[in-house]
Design a protein around this ligand. Structure first.
Ligand SMILES: Nc1ncnc2c1ncn2[C@@H]1O[C@H](COP(=O)(O)OP(=O)(O)OP(=O)(O)O)[C@@H](O)[C@H]1O
Ligand code: SF4
Ligand SMILES: [Mg+2]
Length: 370
């Protein structure tokens, strides 16, 4: 049985401007000790997915409106608040995108770290303090003993991220959700922080969900990747398969957006034009259609389901049951070929992206629309 099974998770935010369809039927499994990358542009629902799992969505705007989060055989969405509090930290910890929101501003780092060790590791007095200093040293906080007496605001953003990771190390949870743990950091420190998270997996067998907008961050650090767009998982595969043979045009776009795509063997830098949708309504077609160079007429009217990739590399045919391809799933009417993925654009002679239906109507002769 998987350590975690997300089944059809649906999250909405009710705002003055309307209801935001933040997470739309997201499903994935995670095995013990496995690292999964959750990747997509800003606003695609990564944080909302993580917060919903821990039942920490901001109320009253955010609500889980459907689905199940099964962790170690228990449906987290049906636990009592007391049971959930006990589970948070001890079994599932989250390194938040903004560490200020989770570190208590009025308590010193030492108090917060030592409280964690006392509550979850049954350490007391000098032993707890000693371990707290050790953990701050592990995450590279200078003058660890003195730092215990400092408050969160006395640390830089990067140092606060490290403190959060020290707390996660103290907890040694079964699952760590690391939400953009390196965005605010420079490249050298980024690598160190990611190394710390890998250490946690190696030493404690912690499973990790690594949330990032940057496919470059998850390359080589995860076993599997879920690519999200507009609250949907649009492609999922083993990390190796996703980098070797990306099929969804959005994944292809993300890969070509990595600052040094040549280093990943993908080819030239091609930014994705346009912006993600506001998600105030359920999309009638594929949510990526307005930005997609591969779109066909069906894309405007039918949002494709996430289905297994088939032996002939399409989404309709014989499913591959073995090897890394077996877990490759895709939501797309017209996937990119391997050559197109490398080129970052469709290569079929004469192919043009289908215009929106309104344009089709606009060029029809008067009276023909009825
Ligand atoms: N508290 C909130 N109230 C209203 N809408 C929200 C709230 N939090 C998130 N949203 C909306 O829900 C959608 C998903 O947001 P989410 O924060 O999960 O995105 P994300 O993928 O984590 O993006 P980022 O990379 O910027 O962190 C977005 O459209 C966002 O505007
Ligand atoms: S080809 Fe169609 S379904 Fe596939 S990503 Fe483009 S618009 Fe969406
Ligand atoms: Mg986020």
């Amino acid at each position: 049985m998987a350590l975690l099974a997300l089944e059809d998770l649906t999250v909405r935010f009710r705002t003055r401007g309307g209801t935001v369809h933040a997470v739309n039927g997201v499903s994935f499994d995670l095995e013990a000790g496995e690292t999964l990358g959750l990747v997509g542009e800003s606003g695609c629902g990564k944080t909302a997915t993580g917060l919903a799992m821990l039942r920490l969505l901001p109320r009253p705007a955010g609500r889980v409106e459907g689905g199940r989060v099964v962790f170690a055989g228990r449906d987290l969405l049906s636990l009592s608040e007391a049971e959930m509090r006990d589970l948070r930290g001890r079994e599932i910890a989250m390194v938040f995108q903004d560490p200020m929101t989770s570190l208590n501003p009025v308590l010193t780092i030492g108090t917060q770290l030592i409280e964690t060790l006392v509550a979850h590791r049954q350490l007391r007095g000098a032993a707890a303090r000693g371990r707290a200093i050790e953990l701050l040293e592990i995450v590279g906080i200078p003058q660890a003993a003195r730092s215990l007496r400092r408050y969160p605001h006395q640390f830089s953003g990067g140092m606060r991220q490290r403190v959060m990771i020290a707390i996660a190390l103290a907890l040694a949870p079964r699952l760590l959700i690391a939400d953009e743990p390196t965005t605010a950091l420079d490249v050298t420190i980024q690598a160190q922080v990611l190394e710390l998270i890998e250490e946690l997996t190696r030493e404690s067998g912690t499973a990790v969900i690594l949330i990032t907008h940057d496919l470059g961050v998850v390359a080589g650090r995860t076993q599997r990747i879920c690519v999200m767009y507009a609250g949907f998982v649009v492609e999922t595969a083993t990390t190796r398969q996703l980098f070797a043979a990306p099929r969804h045009p959005y994944t292809v776009g993300l890969l070509h957006s990595i600052p040094r795509p040549q280093a990943t063997g993908i080819g030239e830098l091609i930014p994705i034009e346009g912006a993600p949708p506001e998600q105030l309504t359920a999309p009638s077609g594929c949510p990526f259609a307005p930005r997609c160079a591969w779109r066909i007429a069906a894309c405007w009217v039918d949002n494709p389901a996430l289905v297994p990739l088939t032996r002939d590399g399409t989404v309709a045919g014989e499913v591959v049951n073995t090897g890394p391809q077996a877990t490759h799933r895709l939501a797309c009417h017209n996937p990119a070929s391997a050559e197109e993925a490398r080129a970052g654009r469709p290569l079929r002679p004469g192919f043009e992206a289908a215009p929106p239906p309104t344009d089709i109507l606009a060029v029809q002769p008067a009276g023909s629309a009825a």
